[in-house]
Design a protein around this ligand. Sequence first.
Ligand code: PLP
Length: 381
Amino acid sequence: MNYKVPFVNARSHYRRLQPEMDAAIAQCLLNGDMICRTQLRDFEMEFAEFVGTKYSVGVNSGYHALEFSLRALDVGCGDEVITPAHTFVATVSAIVNCGATPVLVEVGSDFNIDPDAFDAAITPRTKAVIPVHLNGRMAKMDRIMAIAARHGLRVIEDAAQSAGAAHMGRKAGSIGAAGCWSFYPFKILGGFGDGGAITTDDPQIARSATLLRYNGEDRDTGEYHCHGYTALLDNVQAAVLHVKLRYLPVFTQHRRKIARLYHDHLAGIDEITLPPFDGDGHLDAFQNYVVMTPQRDDLRQHLTNEGIETLISWPKPMWEHRGLGLRSPRLPFTERICREVLSLPMSAETTEEQVDIVAQSVRTFFVRCHKSVFVTQGISA
Ligand SMILES: Cc1ncc(COP(=O)(O)O)c(C=O)c1O
């Protein structure tokens, strides 16, 4: 379907940066720089600098960033890892694939892990916690770090959706033992395919991830130190990401402007809950602009009819996917989120006019809802 307001616009994103992108890709191809060359190292150095860590290790996905971080911290059989129930499945799959047990806990109204729920879920088997900074807003890292320190737990940040976000002046991916990044194309910092990175101050984690991503091999000596994976961040992807990283502050500023406009235009509609915007030490980067409403499915249909593309992350709780083999933790707020969340169009290319169209359409929907309530109650409106 050709949407009047697309959720994101990959083509105009590319056209905007085309001369620099094409030059960066052509340089890789002309030089024959395919695997583990200067483009990867240069990007890693600048990404670490951007996040504020000593190291950054490029890998082929956010998933592998998570799995390698867990493996680097020796998480495995018999260990429990606490993580929010409302996250992308990869966060949980990484825990399961390491042989550990995921313990899913409730989230708060910011869609992020509830620190009290995290505290209450700790057992003698808990080894680590993975707070997820969802939608471009960081979890309450001050509380999470304090609780983790009290119990001697390691903290791995799932920063896949939070490039440019900060909490208490510290950037996402710089606070825990490791930060895990996804460069999936529609992330705030997205490549032209899959990609990811681990950011860390810990040389052991950086070393372990560097070995794991390259079949366990130390590329300087040729020695295999472990059974690893083929999971490098490709050189061409790194070259693309390096170009885009320069524009990240501009992209973030734009997303925040679009979020502010949504906030202004949608204020005062009783049936809709708007997402948080800064406050309490947060600087939000708005990977997604997510609203909640009990009429979510009807609203979504109405917006689709009007040519507005939206997204639902995620329509049913993870444990209802039977193939994942997860026990139901019975988390009513997470279940409600699945029924009520709707992500409105949001990208570095979303325009003010598009926000006007979306907001007007949302308002029209709720005005019609009111009218139909009046009619069914026999009140003429
Ligand atoms: C919160 C979160 N964690 C992990 C991932 C996994 O990243 P990737 O798709 O690059 O493996 C994603 C990607 O969608 C994500 O949104």
